[in-house]
Design a protein around this ligand. Structure first.
Ligand SMILES: [Zn+2]
Length: 407
């Protein structure tokens, strides 16, 4: 059993609870969270690691949506328009993927750890990131992705996907959870979606999918129009989309841990459906800004929980969750900054845990002991400023605890 204390504990619960001069008792799970005074009285014989002035303990951050296989990109890909970006990805895919070897991906994962992330939802298109993910101390929900719209290729594509999933399943452990990603409504044939989801239900695997990320996708799916017409004709000899957005969503019934990424062009009906499916929305604000000049309308979500994802370095300049949180804070400038900061810390912790089907994301008894320690540059006068100041000032964390171990 270990005990650590700090000037501030940010619990990340419904009430935005904060404990001043608090301590956390933990093994691999959190045993108790209380004031330092109470913990000292209750555990007089256990040494307490007391952190310095202006220290903060909070749950480790959960990056719910990331593509590590594109970690080789910095200045190569074209931003500003989704269709131009997509074409640039196709043009440079081979180069970028060969750059992102295990060594590079491990260095990115290591930096993510130093910037506060303890858990990732990794979307893996080819399993080229598997080795690095297995070696990293971070918690991984490893989403093997299925893609393909050609009717005559479905059996081959499904077999390839199952091979990748089966290999990932061999590495299943407390911090490596195999899962399923459907690429998107425009890129996966409904038969393939149906078969894949059947597997997810049988084996109770978490599922995620991109959904209505761009105006181009909206026009193609709803009207078979727009820039995607040329793309599908040239690359796939296809003149119509394989599904409509609502038909696609209807396939996802009875998936226990489900999330949809982006949703910037989703309608109120789509969101109603997403809500009825019990799904979460992965919000990737930097990616949306870079590729589409759009942002998710958080008002439309109503009470659908949203999470924070950096997406990959194919559509971001950083994989740091604190960089991403600062971007979310600045992009949604219509929100009250103090209240919204509390919302965001929960989006990046407890909501991420829910979307990925984990038992983490809050400093609460019985949850996994995934905790980060950081230090603010100066004192906080009013408790209500704490969440905002954490987001504004944190570049790196001082300590990372995953599953009760300092890593
Ligand atoms: Zn993505």
């Amino acid at each position: 059993m270990k005990i650590i204390s700090a000037d501030w504990l940010v619990i990340c619960d419904e009430n935005n609870s904060i404990i001043q001069n608090g301590a956390v008792v933990f093994t691999d799970k959190i045993q108790e969270v209380d004031t330092l005074n109470n913990i000292e009285k209750k555990y007089p014989n256990i040494e307490i690691e007391k952190l310095a002035k202006n220290s903060v303990l909070m749950p480790g951050l959960i990056n719910s949506h990331i593509h590590l296989e594109f970690s080789g990109n910095t200045t190569t890909l074209k931003y500003g328009n989704f269709y131009s970006w997509l074409n640039s990805v196709i043009k440079h895919r081979e180069d970028l993927i060969s750059k992102a070897n295990t060594k590079l991906i491990l260095s990115k994962l290591s930096k993510m750890k130093r910037t506060g992330t303890t858990t990732i939802g990794a979307i893996s298109s080819y399993s080229f990131d598997l080795d690095a993910c297995v070696k990293s101390p971070l918690n991984k929900v490893f989403f093997c992705e299925v893609i393909g719209t050609k009717g005559d290729m479905i059996d081959t594509l499904f077999a390839d996907f199952k091979d990748r999933l089966n290999i990932a399943k061999k590495y299943k452990s407390a911090n490596f959870i195999p899962a399923i990603a459907i690429h998107s409504p425009y890129s996966v044939h409904p038969f393939l979606v149906r078969e894949t989801l059947k597997l997810a239900r049988e084996e109770n695997l978490p599922v995620t999918s991109h959904f209505l990320e761009s105006r181009e996708e909206f026009e193609w799916l709803h009207k078979d129009e727009g820039a995607f017409v040329e793309f599908f004709k040239n690359f796939l000899g296809q003149e119509q989309s394989v599904t409509k957005p609502m038909e696609f969503l209807n396939l996802f019934s009875n998936i226990k841990n489900l999330s949809f990424t982006h949703c910037v062009e989703a309608s109120s009906d789509d969101f109603e459906k997403i809500k009825s499916l019990g799904a979460s929305v992965n919000h990737c604000v930097t990616s949306n800004r870079l590729l589409n000049n759009t942002k998710l309308d958080l008002e439309k979500l109503k009470d659908i929980p949203f999470t924070i994802g950096t997406d990959g370095l194919s559509s971001n300049n950083s994989l740091s969750m604190f960089d991403e949180l600062r971007n979310v804070l600045m992009t949604h400038y219509d929100k009250n900054i103090l209240e919204f900061s509390n919302v965001l810390l929960k989006a990046a912790t407890i909501n991420g845990s829910r979307a990925l089907g984990l038992n983490k994301g809050s400093l609460a008894e019985g949850l996994d002991a995934d905790i980060i320690a950081l230090t603010l540059p100066d004192e906080i006068e009013e408790k209500e400023d704490l969440a905002m100041q954490i987001i504004l000032h944190t570049k790196f964390v001082d300590k990372t605890i995953i599953g009760g171990e300092f890593v």
